[in-house]
Design a protein around this ligand. Structure first.
Ligand code: HXC
Length: 286
């Protein structure tokens, strides 16, 4: 059975805002990535999702395509964001089969729960490689397509005022705003991603490209957060610690994503949208 809209998208968006646009997303079969992809496909986009597992990526693409009649969703497995050449080949295939890349989401990430004393140098480096170098590789492989898309879709475009192109979005986290026990590797990696994204905005803003991050707090059902919460404190206590009184949902992140990639977000550039119910303001010393 397909996923009900209310689980991945609120009711406030017009259905065609991403018509004739193509999303390229790493980690698109993951819990947050698949909700972001579903939301954009629901609102008219075609999509190419990239992942390491062939089986998981292809199955997710098939499932996501069900949200809209005529949607084209390409799943390319066997791609590790640490390997630039396989990523570049995937972008070429996306452009050949779907015609363009208008939006890029860098969502691929690696995580495990470990104190600094439990991290080997290679363990620390592995997360930096997947998250930070992987985001750099994703930018490097897709930026020519984002520049071309921005040139086709100047903002604001009087003829297509609700349509956009040339948007980059990285998925960050909130740990580096305070530091986080058992997550020094992820915290360092995401901090670098936010810095990299800001530089991207400065270098390519003049060409019409926007580059931002979305920074999820504790999100229901994600692998990383479930693992971390069970290692730190009881889940009930953690929910109470979020000022908004609940954990986030993947829909919260998908809605923020839609905003940033839509025409409504066209002057938001070089920044991070934190979507965490103000949770980071109380985190850190847990
Ligand atoms: C300490 C660990 C470890 C652990 C692995 N390592 N797990 N060290 N504690 N629990 C060490 C290994 O011993 C090794 O170091 C090094 O890390 C690399 O391990 P490999 O297994 O060879 O790496 P690889 O196969 O590339 O796998 C990468 C991975 C894995 C990150 C370790 O967990 C993975 O593929 N994860 C992807 C899926 C995932 O994590 N998704 C959740 C993302 S959530 P040595 O020294 O022995 O060689 C997320 C959001 C964060 O990122 C924010 C919310 C919480």
């Amino acid at each position: 059975m397909s996923v009900p809209r209310s689980e991945y998208l609120s009711n406030v968006w017009a259905n065609d805002i991403f018509a004739n646009r193509v999303l390229f997303i790493t980690g698109g079969a993951g819990t947050i990535g698949s909700a972001q992809t579903r939301a954009l496909v629901h609102l008219g986009a075609d999509a190419c999702i990239i992942g390491r597992s062939v089986e998981k990526t292809e199955a997710a693409a098939k499932e996501i395509a069900k949200v809209r009649d005529g949607a084209r969703v390409l799943g390319i497995g066997g791609v590790d964001v640490r390997n630039f050449d396989t990523l570049k080949a995937a972008t070429d295939r996306c452009v050949n089969e779907l015609g363009a890349i208008d939006y890029v989401i860098a969502g691929a990430a690696g995580n495990f729960v470990a104190p600094i004393s439990g991290l080997s140098p290679n363990a620390f480096k592995t997360v930096l490689d997947i998250d930070t170098v992987g985001t750099f590789n994703t930018i490097k492989a897709t930026i020519p397509h984002l520049i071309a898309s921005a040139a086709r879709n100047p903002n604001p475009n009087p003829n297509h005022s609700h349509q956009t192109g040339g948007r980059f979005l990285a998925v960050s986290a909130t740990f580096h705003y305070t530091g986080m026990p058992l997550q020094s590797h992820v915290s360092a990696a995401k901090s670098a991603i936010e810095s990299l994204t800001a530089s991207l905005a400065l270098e390519y803003g003049p060409l019409g490209v926007t580059a931002n991050c979305v920074s999820p707090g504790a999100i229901e059902g994600t692998e990383g957060m479930e693992r971390l919460a069970s290692s730190l404190v009881g889940r009930r206590e953690r929910s109470k610690a979020v000022p908004s009184g609940r954990w986030g949902t993947v829909r919260d992140i998908a809605d923020a994503t839609v905003f940033l990639l839509s025409d409504a977000g066209n002057y938001v550039n070089g920044t991070t949208l934190v979507v965490d119910g103000a949770g980071w303001r109380r985190q850190g010393a847990v």
